[in-house]
Ligand binder design. Structure first.
Ligand SMILES: Nc1ncnc2c1ncn2[C@@H]1O[C@H](COP(=O)(O)OP(=O)(O)OP(=O)(O)O)[C@@H](O)[C@H]1O
Ligand SMILES: [Mg+2]
Length: 231
């Protein structure tokens, strides 16, 4: 048994059902998963198999019906909303398939927003946001609104926003889902590059075999459980 300190997230026997008027959808059926700190994992699987559900549970955006999620040294499945919100803000950076940038805020302001929510001083947030935008080759676009950015640029802004609070864990749900092959490569380089450079733990849900191949471990989600992928 590995020492718990080496594990960034461990999920144990996660069960998640959606009860709808006609039927009960069994999504996660006793799923186990663990990832070491600073490692990367790719999760593939058919549409509707539960990948986003799993990522949301790992990130404290959703809760399982039963089972545990040990992350940041605690069982987050036992936390109430204020503590869960703290966990999200301090430990997790989310990158969604659709960037969800706020349309009336500039790239720089979008990146700074999560920092404000943790009470960081404006000057420190500004400095860090500018540093991240520079790292992502976006400093010249800092004052652009999302509508004035290309798809790849928007996704890079979303990456910067996910990193502003220096989270230990990065969860990315189809981060390249809407991008052409060139920008898929750019965003994948970025995500895996930053994770390696800063020792982040990265979990990526992806349909893209090339993106998945960058991860140190690959899994397929099917029938409510994860299995190591071939190759
Ligand atoms: N709130 C909900 N109520 C009922 N069913 C839901 C709810 N959220 C998701 N589902 C269903 O649960 C299943 C898993 O959804 P999920 O979004 O996790 O799939 P996914 O693997 O991320 O799919 P995709 O690759 O298309 O993004 C789907 O069949 C979906 O329709
Ligand atoms: Mg999904």
């Amino acid at each position: 048994m590995r020492i718990l300190n080496d594990i960034a997230i461990r999920a144990e026997r996660l069960v998640k059902n959606y009860v709808t008027p006609g039927e009960t959808l069994k999504i996660l059926q006793g799923l186990d998963f663990e990832i070491e700190k600073s490692a990367s994992a790719a999760i593939c699987g058919q549409s509707g198999c539960g990948k986003s559900t799993l990522l949301n549970i790992l990130g404290g955006l959703d809760t399982a019906d039963s089972g545990k999620v040990i992350a940041a040294g605690q069982d987050i499945s036992k936390l109430g909303e204020p503590a869960l919100s703290e966990y999200r803000k301090k430990n997790v950076g989310f990158i969604f398939q659709f960037h969800y940038l706020l349309k009336d805020f500039t790239a720089l302001e979008n990146v700074m927003l999560p920092a404000f929510m943790t009470g960081i001083k404006k000057r420190a947030a500004l400095e860090r946001a500018r540093g991240l935008l520079a790292e992502l080759k976006l400093i010249e676009r800092a004052n652009h609104l999302p509508a004035e950015l290309s798809g790849g640029e928007r996704q890079r802004v979303a990456v910067a926003r996910a990193l502003i609070n220096d989270p230990e864990i990065i969860l990315a749900d189809e981060p390249t889902g809407n991008l052409d092959p060139e920008h898929t490569g750019v965003v994948a380089d970025l995500l895996f590059g930053i994770a390696r450079k800063f020792g982040k733990t990265l979990i990526v849900v992806t349909h893209d075999a090339r993106v998945a191949s960058r991860a140190s471990r690959r899994f397929t989600l099917a029938f409510g459980a994860l299995t190591p992928a071939e190759g």
